[in-house]
Design a binder for this molecule. Structure first.
Ligand SMILES: NC(=O)c1ccc[n+]([C@@H]2O[C@H](COP(=O)([O-])OP(=O)(O)OC[C@H]3O[C@@H](n4cnc5c(N)ncnc54)[C@H](OP(=O)(O)O)[C@@H]3O)[C@@H](O)[C@H]2O)c1
Length: 237
């Protein structure tokens, strides 16, 4: 059966590449793209829906997809590290409550409220793979550098939500799989200000998505709740 796929953050570098690849996939019937601005990607398979995590009223727009028979994958490729006003904090002194709330709104609250809204559709589908873009810096055991307080801790919180959701969805249907995936360091709006400091490989979005697509296709029920990197290696919490 042909697949229906939902991609949040389709306007981003990584979400945009996932959208392109799944749209080109002959096994995919429909790609529902979610973004703050309606996509101008002109393709008959794409249904574009406007949602903004900072405005929960926009989640109502998702009612449009309740008529789908089923979905097979949800890719959540949204996230912020910085905005025009927000910079990742180098020290505790620079933490500001409103900025931290905004980072959590986009990196944690939005994605999980999105999945909450999709639960009726997930319930009528079999073996849905829900993939959250997370980051290695959300791993507590891997943290040796410190800093980036809001971003790091938002990704740690997201990783906990991934685990919780995996446990809960398993009770609904053992075939559902929920994972987090770290894309590597990828050229994008999010990473751009920091790339000059990077000493390891930097991927373009296609390289990263090619690798992540392999990981996503291989994960099964026993992997649900875990976080992986782009090569399929488990990232310890
Ligand atoms: N790039 C990297 O090196 C890297 C490394 C580790 C993890 N990641 C993770 O990978 C994911 C994708 O990042 P990326 O590099 O592709 O970044 P990106 O190009 O900046 O894309 C970020 C996406 O998030 C969306 N977004 C931001 N604020 C939103 C809001 N209020 N409501 C709904 N959507 C919102 C953006 O939409 P707009 O276009 O409307 O702003 C955009 O689609 C993120 O979760 C990030 O943390 C990236």
């Amino acid at each position: 059966m042909k697949q229906n796929i939902i991609i949040a953050g389709s306007s981003g570098s990584i979400g945009g590449e996932f959208t392109k690849q799944y749209t080109d996939d002959p096994n995919v019937e429909k790609v529902v793209t979610l973004s703050r601005n309606v996509n101008n990607l002109n393709h008959e398979k794409i249904q574009s829906i406007k949602i903004d995590y900072s405005n929960e009223a926009t989640f109502k727009n998702l009612d449009e997809i309740s008529k789908l028979d089923s979905i097979s994958k949800v890719i959540i490729a949204t996230g912020i590290l910085h905005t025009d006003q927000i910079k990742p904090e180098k020290s505790i002194d620079s933490i500001a409550a409103e900025d931290m709330k905004q980072v959590f709104q986009v990196n944690v609250f939005g994605p999980i409220l999105l999945v909450k809204k999709l639960i009726p559709l997930i319930k009528k589908s079999k073996g849905v793979k829900i993939v959250f873009l997370t980051a290695r810096v959300g791993s507590i055991s891997d943290n040796v550098l410190g800093g980036w307080h809001s971003y790091r801790s938002s990704k740690s919180a997201l990783n906990m939500m991934i685990k919780n959701l995996a446990i809960e969805l398993k009770r609904l249907n053992k075939e559902h799989v929920v994972i987090g995936i770290h894309p590597g360091t990828v050229k994008s709006h999010l990473s751009e200000p920091f790339l000059r400091h990077v000493k390891h490989d930097i991927f373009n979005p296609k390289e990263s998505v090619d690798l992540m697509t392999q990981v996503i296709s291989k994960v099964s029920q026993t992997d649900s709740g875990k976080c992986f990197d782009f090569s399929g290696k488990v990232i310890e919490p």
